[in-house]
Design a protein around this ligand. Structure first.
Ligand code: SF4
Ligand code: SF4
Ligand code: SF4
Ligand code: FES
Length: 1007
């Protein structure tokens, strides 16, 4: 038996006690539950550890970390410290075992570092060869009988270079939890397998890149690196093979030492031309951060490692979706409309025209005839400047951002009940919950990295999962309980369950008494929400509802995650409120593993609202009609400020139609495609007297502009983004702005100054200093405190203390107590009838972000997901006699689109689903103008259509290479015990054959 087992008992707790032990003759103190490898690394000893990765835990496949403990060889990565241990990392036996293990690895890997694109100072195999001073290989390298797999657009697998460490399998199975990878240890020549043995491009691989990121060598590599990173690696294949032969040829005489010196000199040269710059993802609101490796303007790769939210995780977009930055159709010249056409103009002319026209319209029709729309793709500093331009320079509160289209109802629900409009904890809290409830969120596709944390906790930690949705998407498939309520009825079942919990004495009364007001009035409002009413209205069995109630009340901690399946309804604010009410009644706030998590859509939709891009709030949710607040901003900005709430996005479009709104300045927002009832919006935009659009591409919205200003994307500027968990993070400039384009903050400042402001911000840090000085919520935010990968979760006190758990000491109301908010139910808008007999749902796809302005410019993404489609249930397909690929016309009360059908059991009966990634057939031609009554968020999810079958059959809208056609191969991880059962396997340093007879999830090796 390998004694690592003897040293770790999972039920042993050393609590606060320090562990005293000896390592290499020196007394050491260790933390309880620390692994030997962690202790060894913490104190800076050099022990090889090829398969160990701190974020993956012990995999135990490489055996290179062998150390001697009290005379027995153990794997340091799988062994926990214990009092009195005597550890030797340098005994002759330990070193011999380490060496033997590494020799086996080199038998699987050809060292040709000088001509390898992975020779960048961080190759584990290279560094271990050096650490162990390996001169000659005892076990000769043998090729494996497999070809390189190039079938994925973004990365390739070279089985010959694969050392079978299994890091990739562990990452895919247990971090990403896509469960594509495995190693069949029983094969004569094991290799990594996709879906048990399919080409990568025909597997369930979602191209998240986890496996590539953690691979310790060049077996898995981003295609964007291959032939690009090294000085000698771009050689033609034959020349490269010749060079590899030369390297191998000199090895017997020179040994690896000399060869490594050459390769290290080459690697050092690479440092002069490869830059690694930290940025924050520009796509969804999860807030992944990573280093971007660049050579001139080429992106070599994205390397996630230390992000406080994501660690090694990314999704396809964050890892591989950056081609748009260097796309040949980037806007690089301002454009001015003249005679119905656009002509190029100088910056001076374009900015002069913008300032002149805005001033003229203000003088003629008043400041409220102008409106401003900020971008939730751009930085906090840019949203701050835009609202300052609107308020302080123009004098209007007509200011909004796209949170109006998605998140405003969730924010309202939280403002009403707990006081802040943000997630009540961190993604870590979601991981820690014993029950997660997901309502109206396709989390695995819309917030992929956040979803991995739920999938992991569910798979490995026994976390329970309830999903309520119209579609059986991945999270629904994984759920312990999947609810499919009738469209637009979530408020009813949530309220009925809350009432049932109260009526049956299952509420957390101690929490309610101490922390919550309004119980009696709220209880009264619940009277209509009986279980019977809910069963009838939602189409859910009473037993199921009772089961949900039981699961909630029996859980130690509950987190509810919700997104646009809740908010984009006519009852969006009220349903969000109902969720928060339920959490209050069950005491699921103020602790880790509990709380409310509206999942913010865009990378900075939280930040845009936080920083004042709203019609009723100055930065930090300070009301525009609060005289004290205004006085502070007036003193800071030296202007008089407007005091009444401005127009929101929806009201702006209405005001254009009414002839009240004459001019609009919008940046980084595709209003023409993403607002509902596209036809009405387009008509409105075309009526504006003057319309300025600032963007990186000629968007659909640009068609209506009078002046178009070329801006820079996130990789070309500095600033901060705020993610869904209220986390503020810095992004650094990866590239200089593409010639001709400018960062948005510079453009806004220039326009403000031409309108008479005297702003002089030289760097976004100076803008943030002003924000912090005027906004208590961000009082302690400074660029120094956000240096590198550091981050802060608001509110941030002046001394820099932040609040990962939002409600620790009180709720955000003057009395510190939360408020139960009474609700009523009304039926959804735009309901199905005989003429429009199908319900149309819509949303995102994993591969594309929204309409796809950025993601369609990635060739790999386009290859896998070339077009939009409509999902049709098998029942409906049979009834209407259509197959996947059939062209259909969807006709709503507002417009029509032509799309191909995809027959899938993700949808049921007469419910359709259409992803929003299309500018030719945008789903918002079909959606109407109904809104959430409180926030005016369009009820996008309440649309009914009829479907005309056009009688033409095309190809499937999703090619075979799309991962949706793959078949996952779930297993508990790399399953190293199966390797240990191979007849030839023996523990390094041990003369005996090794037979695994038992395992433990936390590192047992068996005997
Ligand atoms: S899903 Fe694909 S890219 Fe992601 S870890 Fe698994 S195999 Fe790798
Ligand atoms: S491909 Fe996987 S198993 Fe092979 S070396 Fe890379 S991480 Fe290890
Ligand atoms: S899109 Fe979202 S989940 Fe994907 S890498 Fe970016 S922030 Fe992370
Ligand atoms: S590091 Fe590979 S077995 Fe411990």
């Amino acid at each position: 038996m390998l004694p690592s087992d003897t040293w770790h008992c999972p039920c042993t707790r050393y609590d606060a006690m320090e562990i005293n032990l000896t390592v290499d003759g020196t007394p050491r103190e260790s933390k309880p539950d620390e692994r030997l490898i962690e202790l060894i690394n913490r104190i800076g000893l050099k022990v090889p550890q090829v398969c160990y990765h701190p974020q993956l835990g012990p995999i135990q496949t490489c055996d290179t970390c062998m150390v001697e403990v009290d005379g027995k060889l153990v794997r340091a990565c799988a062994t926990h410290v214990a009092p009195g241990m005597n550890v030797s990392t340098i005994s002759a036996r330990a070193v011999a075992a380490q060496r033997e293990a590494f020799d086996r690895i080199l038998g699987n890997h050809m060292l040709y570092c000088t001509v390898c694109d992975n020779n960048n100072g961080n190759c584990t195999v290279h560094n271990t060869t050096k650490l162990m001073a390996v001169e000659h290989q005892k076990i000769p390298f043998e090729t494996k009988p497999y070809e390189v797999d190039n079938s994925n657009p973004f990365y390739r697998y070279d089985p010959d270079q694969c050392i079978l460490c299994g890091r990739c399998v562990e990452a895919c199975q247990n971090v990403e939890v896509n469960e594509t990878l495995s190693i069949r240890w029983e094969d004569p020549h094991p290799r990594v397998l996709w879906d048990g043995g399919k080409p990568i491009g025909e597997s369930s691989c979602v191209s998240c890149g986890h496996c590539v990121t953690v691979c310790p060598c060049n077996a898995l590599m981003e295609k964007s690196m291959v032939g690009k990173a090294g000085f000698l690696t771009a050689l033609p294949k034959t020349a490269l093979a010749g060079m590899i032969d030369i390297v191998k040829g000199v090895e017997p005489d020179t040994g690896y030492g000399a060869i490594l010196k050459v390769s290290e000199a080459e690697s050092a040269m690479r440092e002069s031309r490869i830059r690694r710059t930290k940025t924050v993802c520009t796509y969804c609101g999860v807030g992944c951060s990573f280093d971007v490796w660049t050579k001139d303007r080429q992106i070599l790769k994205v390397e996630p490692m230390e992000g406080p939210t994501n660690g090694i995780s990314t999704c396809i977009k964050g890892k591989f979706g950056w081609d748009f930055v260097n796309s040949s159709d980037r806007l690089t010249k301002p454009l001015i409309r003249e005679g119905g056409k656009f002509r190029e103009a100088s910056w001076d002319e374009a900015l002069g025209l913008v300032a002149r026209r805005l001033a003229e319209i203000k003088a003629r029709s008043g400041p409220d005839s102008l409106a401003f729309i900020s971008s939730s793709k751009c930085t906090n500093e840019e949203s701050y400047l835009m609202q300052k331009l609107a308020r302080a320079v123009i004098g209007t509160n007509n200011m909004d951002n796209c949170s109006r289209y998605c998140q405003a109802p969730a924010t309202m629900g939280l403002f009403r009940t707990v006081g802040y409009g943000g997630d009540s904890g961190s993604i870590k809290d979601i991981e820690n919950a014993s029950l997660v409830i997901i309502i109206g969120s396709n989390t695995a596709e819309a917030h992929p990295v956040l979803a991995t944390r739920v999938k992991r906790a569910h798979k490995l930690r026994g976390q329970k999962l309830i999903v309520s949705d119209l579609r059986k998407h991945e999270m629904a498939e994984r759920a312990d309980l999947f609810l499919h309520p009738k469209p637009g009825t979530d408020l009813v079942w949530i309220s009925a369950i809350t009432g049932y919990i109260l009526d049956n004495g299952l509420a957390k009364t101690s929490f309610l008494e101490k922390w919550v007001t309004g119980l009696e009035q709220y209880k009264k409002s619940l009277e209509p929400f009986t279980m019977e009413f809910a069963a009838e209205t939602c189409g859910l069995p009473i037993e199921t509802l009772k089961k949900v109630a039981r699961m909630i009340t029996e859980a130690e901690g509950v987190c509810v995650l919700w997104a646009m399946g809740v908010t984009q309804h006519s009852m969006g604010s009220d349903t969000s409120t109902a969720i928060s009410n339920l959490l209050l009644v069950t005491g699921n706030y103020m602790r880790t593993g509990t709380g409310a998590y509206p999942l913010r859509g865009h990378n900075n939709v939280q930040g845009a609202s936080d920083h004042g891009a709203m019609p009723n709030y100055l930065p930090g949710y300070q009301l525009v009609d609060d005289p004290e607040v205004r006085a502070r901003f007036e003193a800071g900005w030296q202007v008089k400020l407007p005091s009444t709430k401005g127009l929101d996005n929806k009201e702006m479009i209405d005001a254009i139609h009414q002839g009240k709104l004459k001019a609009m300045y919008l940046f980084g927002e595709e209003i023409s495609l993403v607002d509902s009832n596209k036809n009405l919006v387009d008509e409105g935009l075309s009526k504006l007297d003057f319309f300025v659009v600032q963007d990186i591409f000629f968007s659909d919205t640009c068609r209506f502009a009078d002046v178009i200003l070329p801006a820079s994307p996130s990789l070309e500027k500095e600033g901060t983004f705020t993610s869904t968990e209220r986390r503020i993070q810095r992004l650094y400039e990866v590239f200089e702005p593409l010639e001709g384009s400018r960062p948005d903050w510079r453009i806004i400042q220039e326009i403000a100054n031409r309108l008479g402001a005297n702003w002089n911000f030289k760097h976004p840090s100076e803008i943030y200093a002003e924000i912090a000085s005027l906004t208590p919520l961000f009082a302690g935010v400074t660029y120094e405190r956000l240096e590198g990968y550091k981050s802060l979760q608001w509110p941030v006190a002046a001394d820099g203390t932040d609040q990962p758990l939002l409600y620790e000491k009180q709720f955000n109301f003057p009395d510190g107590k939360a408020r139960l908010f009474p609700l009523t139910y009304s039926e959804p808008s735009d309901r199905v009838n005989d003429e429009f007999d199908l319900h149309l749902n819509n949303g995102r796809l994993l591969e594309h972000f929204h309409e796809g302005n950025m993601t369609y410019r990635s060739a790999g993404i386009r290859e896998q997901t070339p077009d939009t489609f409509v999902e049709v249930s098998p029942e409906l397909a049979t009834e209407r006699r259509i197959k996947t690929g059939a062209w259909v016309q969807l006709v709503s009360r507002y417009g029509q689109v032509r799309v191909r059908a995809l027959v899938t059991d993700r949808v049921q009966g007469k419910e359709l689903y259409m992803p929003m990634n299309s500018s030719e057939s945008p789903v918002n031609r079909l959606t109407g103008s109904f809104t959430d009554k409180v926030t005016h968020t369009p009820a996008y999810k309440e649309a009914s259509v009829r479907m005309l079958v056009l009688g033409e059959n095309g190809e499937s809208p999703l090619p075979r290479g799309n991962p949706r056609f793959g078949h996952r191969t779930p297993q508990r991880g790399v399953e190293v015990e199966r390797k240990w059962k191979r007849p030839e396997y023996r523990v390094p340093g041990s003369p005996m054959l090794f037979h695994a007879t038992k395992t433990k999830a936390n590192g047992g090796n068996g005997t």
